[in-house]
Design a protein around this ligand. Structure first.
Ligand SMILES: Nc1ncnc2c1ncn2[C@@H]1O[C@H](COP(=O)(O)OP(=O)(O)OP(=O)(O)O)[C@@H](O)[C@H]1O
Ligand SMILES: [Mg+2]
Length: 313
C-alpha cells in the first residue's frame, strides 16, 4: 500500500467535514475520491498532504506515519490544488524554479527540462504563464507537482472548469504519467465520466462519509441498473416493473435485459412503440441509487468558477 487512511475525521467546530473514513491505495493505481460539492474531498486531501491537521485518525504514506513525521511524508507527495497556484507574471521556467526551491531542490535544471519536455511544453519555457492556454497551464502544474519525484501525485479536481477537449487531453496526460512514470495518482472529482474513465478504483464520498469503494465496473455491476427507455403512441401500464413515466415516455428498470425486453415489448404492444433505447449502467445511476440524489453539475460548476475567479484575483 502506498497510502492508507484509517478512521480519519476532521471537524470544524461542531461541523464534521470528514467523518471517520478509511481507504487505501495500491502502488501504481489511479484512485478517485468522487463526490458532490462540499462532500469533504478537498479536506481529505489537505489532511493527506499535511496542510491541515486531522481531528483524529491515521495516515500512512509509503510506510511513514504522516502525522508523526509530516516533513518526511511531504517529500513523498506531489500536490496540485484545485485553484491555480501559477504566477502569471513569471515564465514557465521560473514557475518550475519557484516550485523546486519550495522543495529545497537546488539542482533542478535537468529535472525541470525533462518534465517540460515530457509534457510537451518545453518550447514555452521562456514564455510568461499569462500567455499559455488553459491546457498548457494544467500540464505545467502537473509538471510542477512532479518536480520532487513523488511516490504519489495528488490532484484536486484536475479538470475543473475545462472545456471538453482540454479535459479529454488532460485525462490522457494523467494516464500516461501514471503508466510511463509509474506514479500513483489520487484525484478528486465530481465528474462521473472522469472517475469512470480514469480511475482503477473509486471511493464515493458524500457528507464526509465514504458510501462505496470499488472499481467503476464493480460499482456499476453492484448498484447500477440497466434501463429501457420506450416512447409509445398510447398510454400503457407496465405491471411488475419499476418505471418512471413522463407523458408517453417510459424509463423502465430491467434486471435481465434479454429476457425483459421481449416481455416489455409484448406488454406495450409492438405497434404501439415509437422508439426504444437501452441505457447501460453508469456511475450516475450508481450515485443516484446510493444517495437518492444526482450530483448536480450545473450548480457545482458555477460555484466553482466563481471561487476560482475569486481566488485568482
Ligand atoms: N476551514 C473550514 N472551516 C469551516 N468549514 C470548512 C472549512 N473547510 C471546509 N469546510 C466545510 O467542510 C465541508 C467539506 O468541504 P470540502 O472543501 O472538503 O468539500 P469538497 O468535497 O472538496 O467540495 P468541492 O466539490 O466544493 O470542492 C464543506 O461543507 C465546507 O464548507
Ligand atoms: Mg474541493
Amino acid at each position: 500500500m502506498i497510502l492508507s487512511v484509517k478512521n480519519l475525521t476532521k471537524k470544524f467546530g461542531d461541523f464534521t467535514a470528514v467523518n471517520n473514513i478509511s481507504f487505501s491505495i495500491k502502488k501504481g493505481e489511479i484512485f478517485g475520491l468522487l463526490g458532490p460539492n462540499g462532500a469533504g474531498k478537498t479536506t481529505t486531501i489537505k489532511m493527506i498532504c499535511g496542510l491541515i491537521k486531522p481531528t483524529s485518525g491515521e495516515i500512512t504514506i509509503d510506510g511513514i506515519n504522516a502525522l508523526e513525521n509530516p516533513l518526511e511524508a511531504k517529500k513523498l507527495i506531489g500536490w496540485m490544488s484545485a485553484e491555480s497556484i501559477l504566477d502569471e507574471d513569471l515564465t514557465v521556467w521560473e514557475n518550475m524554479e519557484v516550485q523546486a526551491k519550495l522543495h529545497n531542490f537546488n539542482k533542478f535544471e535537468e529535472k525541470a527540462e525533462e518534465l517540460l519536455k515530457y509534457f510537451d511544453i518545453y518550447n514555452f519555457a521562456k514564455n510568461k504563464v499569462s500567455n499559455l492556454s488553459t491546457g498548457m497551464r494544467k500540464k505545467l502544474e502537473i509538471a510542477m507537482a512532479l518536480i520532487n519525484d513523488p511516490s504519489i501525485l495528488v490532484l484536486d479536481e484536475p479538470t475543473i472548469a475545462l472545456d471538453p477537449n482540454t479535459r479529454a487531453a488532460l485525462w490522457e496526460v494523467i494516464e500516461r504519467a501514471n503508466k510511463e512514470r509509474k506514479v500513483t495518482v489520487l484525484l478528486t472529482t465530481h465528474y462521473m465520466d472522469e472517475a469512470d474513465r480514469l480511475c482503477d478504483r473509486i471511493a464515493i464520498i458524500d457528507h464526509g462519509k465514504i458510501i462505496a469503494n470499488d472499481s467503476p465496473s464493480n460499482l456499476k455491476k453492484k448498484y447500477g441498473n440497466t434501463t429501457l427507455e420506450i416512447k409509445t403512441k398510447k398510454e400503457v401500464e407496465l405491471k411488475g416493473y419499476e418505471y418512471q413515466k413522463e407523458g408517453n415516455n417510459y424509463i423502465i428498470s430491467v434486471k435481465d435485459l434479454s429476457n425483459d425486453i421481449s416481455k416489455i415489448i409484448k406488454l406495450v404492444g409492438e405497434n404501439n412503440i415509437i422508439s426504444i433505447n437501452v441505457n447501460n449502467p453508469s456511475l450516475d445511476n450508481v450515485f443516484l441509487r446510493l444517495t437518492g440524489r444526482k450530483i448536480s453539475e450545473e450548480k457545482t460548476e458555477s460555484t466553482k468558477i466563481y471561487r476560482i475567479l475569486k481566488s485568482s484575483r
